[in-house]
Design a protein around this ligand. Structure first.
Ligand SMILES: Cc1ncc(COP(=O)(O)O)c(C=O)c1O
Length: 395
């Protein structure tokens, strides 16, 4: 049988264009638009972190590194995991450096999942999970979370979805797009489930330190004994240290899984640029004050946006405890989430992301990122108040 040699792969053809990107394109026509869509810190990367990268370049650290990353960074990560998460690990056996959490997730998924396997993720979800799972031919199963339950993907939401084909669960706390968090009890429930059913879990934790109201985010791997056979932790410096462009993240896993991942890393990216790895050491070892300041700033923004939205007709917004997103309910507009996001853009030139960009369970919501400037959020709220009126002064 002849094959069509010009046909592109099914994975590429099936990939869905980003619903967030589309809003960007529409926003181009408004020069005064305020963009609250992109999940990226508004802060400049701390100067001492930039200096560390520049120093690396000047020292000629411009060659390949080991697939697992430079040992000094793995030691810094191991120290961080012990200091902050009470996780003991061997930097030579359990850790590797990745190209942000995005590449770490792709690597972990490619290592754990075969075509046809079912993978449970939260719905609404960060869209890249779905894209990555489609790429390896896995079937995505959505565990729907609701605002009534503060958007938590708890064990009782997951368990009914487990079948003979379930291979992996992806847990994400604090969560993108909802800002929801799982506390220690929630994580213990998931840990119990995982051990009972012997299912792998990826715990994707890039927003770990972006938490408010005194909430402390525990790492899933640390909440129970005997989880090392099942839990793979993915983390990243992108959000915490305003280092999205550095593309540095890491994975913690047991030696059996790690050995396979390091082999695959050779085929995917070989290694992460060494100056960026040096910057990561600087951030992990000396960046705590920067993080504290950024989290304080985000917290002020969080109150501003939640209070503001809850005053305005059409919105109802749960106050999230983590990340830098709010996920307000917009059913009050009587439109789909795409229509509502476009309506908001048209009337106020404020760019938001429709909830449906985060999977079918995101319908009825929009996502707003509040990691930008306080003044921009103030202005966005003021424009929306003017356009839609406040709940007290109904038009
Ligand atoms: C839940 C979640 N995981 C992982 C990532 C990837 O981040 P990075 O690749 O920059 O580390 C993001 C980025 O938006 C995210 O929201």
């Amino acid at each position: 049988m002849n094959i069509d040699r010009t046909k592109l792969s099914q994975a590429a053809q099936n990939a869905m264009p980003s619903g967030v990107r589309r809003m960007f394109e529409l926003a181009r026509q408004y020069p005064d638009s305020i963009n609250l869509t992109l999940g990226e810190p508004g802060f400049r990367t701390p100067e001492h972190v930039i200096d560390a990268a520049v120093k690396g370049l000047r020292q000629g650290k411009t060659k390949y590194t080991p697939n697992a990353g430079i040992r000094d960074l793995r030691v810094s990560i191991a120290n961080k995991l012990w200091r902050e998460n009470s996780i003991k690990c061997d930097p030579d056996k359990n850790l590797m450096v990745t190209g942000g959490a995005t590449q770490g997730l792709m690597l972990a998924i490619a290592t754990l999942v075969d075509p046809g396997d079912e993978v449970i993720i939260q719905g609404p979800n960060w869209p890249d999970y779905r894209g990555q799972l489609d790429t390896v031919g896995a079937k995505t199963v959505f565990a729907k979370v609701t605002e009534e339950n503060e958007f938590k993907m708890t064990a009782d939401v997951i368990e009914p979805l487990i079948t003979d084909k379930t291979k992996l669960i992806i847990v994400n706390s604090p969560s993108n797009p909802t800002g929801g968090v799982l506390d220690e009890n929630d994580l213990k429930g998931i840990a119990e489930l995982v051990k009972r059913y012997k299912i792998f879990v990826i715990s994707d934790e890039p927003y770990e330190k972006l938490v408010y109201d005194g909430f402390v985010q525990k790492s899933l791997a640390a909440v129970d004994d005997g989880l090392e056979d099942y839990v793979i932790t993915v983390n990243s410096l992108s959000k915490t240290y305003a280092m999205t462009g550095f593309r540095v993240g890491y994975i913690l896993a047991n030696e059996r899984i790690m050995t396979e991942m390091i082999k695959l890393q050779e085929f995917m990216i070989a290694s992460i640029p060494e100056p960026m790895q040096m910057a990561a050491i600087e951030a992990l070892d000396h960046g705590e004050e920067d993080v504290r300041e950024m989290v304080e700033y985000y917290d002020r923004n969080r109150h501003l946006i939640v209070d503001g939205l809850n005053r305005i007709n059409g919105f109802s917004c749960v106050c999230p405890k983590g990340a830098f997103y709010v996920f307000p309910n917009i059913t009050g507009f009587g439109m789909s989430s795409v229509q509502a996001a476009e309506h908001i853009l048209e009337k106020t030139h404020v760019v938001t992301a429709p909830g449906s960009a985060f999977g079918p369970d995101g319908e009825g919501f929009i996502r707003i990122c509040y990691a930008s400037k306080y003044e921009d959020i103030q202005e966005a709220i003021s424009r929306m108040e003017k356009a839609f009126g406040t709940k007290k002064s109904k038009r």
